[in-house]
Design a protein around this ligand. Structure first.
Ligand code: NAD
Length: 295
């Protein structure tokens, strides 16, 4: 059993912390919202007296925060994680943030002799609850090996993507593919409608042809062909348009910073920005098909 400080007990962090509790660890939870703290205690976790107190006695610190801004503030501040972690502690950030911040925070941690891994996830709230998340990890080999047993308590697929920041790089590259293919798939269904081609027929053909993708076969943006896709429940969010927009913006920032040419990523960012601005930020990202249809 290890003592784990878990900071950020929201939609994802709450169930992830609960799975660490189930695996037999002592999990000291910290969050700025009281409701999140109460859920953590109800799941068998302990309430941290303060962030500093929790970090100071933890073998492992896990963070699951909204964005790079919070990660920066909580790791690098004077009352922060790096300043107060005990010698030999392992730091794991599972938030989705920009690559540059991930690398800067990891560098600051190693400057203090602390091992740190960026380990963003895919799999959503369902994966967090079921302990089936995919972790994409960036960090030294030894850090990855130390973190793996803890990540296995929260996820099913744990991949080492390379050095510091490479977990975040993998996450935003994957989600850029997802955003672009969802728009491409949606455009094809809208075109099919105009051409009098039945949606199910397009699905049956494209899912066995070169148009196949996860956006089509697992998350089909029109109702019918894939009964579990959000299109069948009025686009109630599994993954919101706001979250897709966040990840596409991170990919664009990274592309600018690295000098990569990503015109379709830029187009997808603009389209999701327009879609979200129409009051659809909380709708599932596959609902962009309705925006493209003009409804
Ligand atoms: P969330 O907003 O539900 O949770 C974030 C939690 O952090 C909140 O409970 C908030 O109160 C807490 N927090 C914020 N500032 C804090 C501070 N200074 N100290 C302590 N706690 C603080 O968000 P989420 O959906 O759990 O997502 C967390 C991260 O995971 C994000 O980076 C997101 O992009 C990523 N992610 C989310 C999903 C998803 O489907 N929700 C999927 C993959 C990745």
């Amino acid at each position: 059993m290890s003592t784990i400080a878990f900071i950020g007990l929201g939609n994802m962090g709450g169930p992830m912390a609960a799975n660490l509790v189930k695996a037999g660890h002592r999990v000291l939870g910290a969050d700025v919202t009281e409701a999140a703290m109460e859920r953590h205690v109800a799941a068998g976790g302990q309430r941290a007296a303060s962030l500093v107190a929790a970090v100071a006695e933890a073998d492992v610190v896990v963070t699951m925060l909204p964005s790079g801004r919070e990660v920066n503030a909580l790791y690098l501040g004077e009352a922060g994680i790096i300043a107060h972690a005990r010698a030999g502690a392992l730091l794991i950030d599972s938030s989705t943030i920009d690559v540059d911040t991930a690398r800067a925070v990891c560098k600051a941690a190693s400057g203090k002799g602390l091992a740190m891994l960026d380990a963003p996830v895919s799999g959503g709230v369902g994966g967090a609850t079921g302990g089936t998340l995919t972790f994409m990890c960036g960090g030294e080999d030894e850090t990855f090996a130390r973190a793996k047993p803890f990540l296995e308590a929260m996820g099913k697929t744990i991949v080492h993507a390379g050095g510091p920041g490479n977990g975040q790089a993998a996450k935003i590259c994957n989600n850029m593919i997802l955003g672009i293919t969802m728009i491409a798939t949606s455009e094809a269904f809208v075109l099919a409608e105009k051409l009098g081609l039945d949606a199910q027929k397009l699905f049956d053909i494209a899912s066995k042809s070169s148009g196949q993708s996860w956006s089509l076969t697992t998350y089909c943006p029109v109702p019918g062909p894939v009964p579990t896709s959000p299109a069948n429940r009025d686009y109630q969010a599994g993954f919101t348009a706001a979250m897709m927009l966040k990840d596409l913006k991170l990919a664009q920032d990274a592309a600018r910073s690295a000098g990569a040419v990503t015109p379709l990523g830029a187009g997808a960012t603009a389209l999701y920005g327009l879609y979200a601005a129409q009051g659809e930020a909380g709708t599932d990202f596959s609902g962009i098909v309705n925006f493209l249809r003009g409804t």
